[in-house]
Design a protein around this ligand. Structure first.
Ligand SMILES: [Fe+2]
Ligand SMILES: [Fe+2]
Length: 146
């Protein structure tokens, strides 16, 4: 079994790859490809955020008793990401190249900073506090369908 750091860290990489591919397609004005890549990116993000909010964060909060700590900050940043993704979906629907690229720059900065905090702090702390519960938390995240 893997660690939280490895499991969710590789999922960050998978989401980043889709994000980058969608951006290339938009930059090339290849809208058929941009639409399908953006849709895959949006789904991958929805799944990632749900794995954290519905499985990892509650398990972390139960183990540490910290409800207003790091998970609260992460949830707030997820909401900002969802807002930007929704605006980007609108830009894709209208084939609005400039708007999409402006929003994607903002989202990229937000995601990179957020992921660093998770990978350097929240995930390693989770691996530590979950102990023997870690494998079942990973299995529950894998089983989650969004
Ligand atoms: Fe997150
Ligand atoms: Fe994450």
């Amino acid at each position: 079994m893997s660690t939280i750091v490895d499991f969710l860290g590789s999922d960050h990489r998978a989401c980043d790859d889709l994000f980058a591919s969608a951006e290339v397609a938009v930059a090339q004005n290849n809208w058929d490809s941009a639409r399908s890549l953006f849709e895959r990116f949006q789904k991958a993000m929805a799944h990632h955020l749900a794995m954290e909010e519905e499985v990892l964060f509650p398990a972390f909060e139960a183990r540490t008793g910290m409800r207003m700590g790091p998970t609260e900050v992460m949830r707030a940043e997820h909401e900002q990401m969802r807002g930007l993704l929704q605006e980007m979906a609108g830009a894709v629907a209208h084939a609005d190249h400039g708007r999409y690229l402006g929003l994607s720059e903002t989202l990229n900065m937000l995601i990179q900073q957020h992921n660093l905090k998770e990978e350097n702090m929240l995930y390693p702390m989770s691996d530590q506090v979950l102990g023997g519960e870690r494998d079942s938390v990973i299995r529950s995240m894998e089983a989650l369908s969004v």
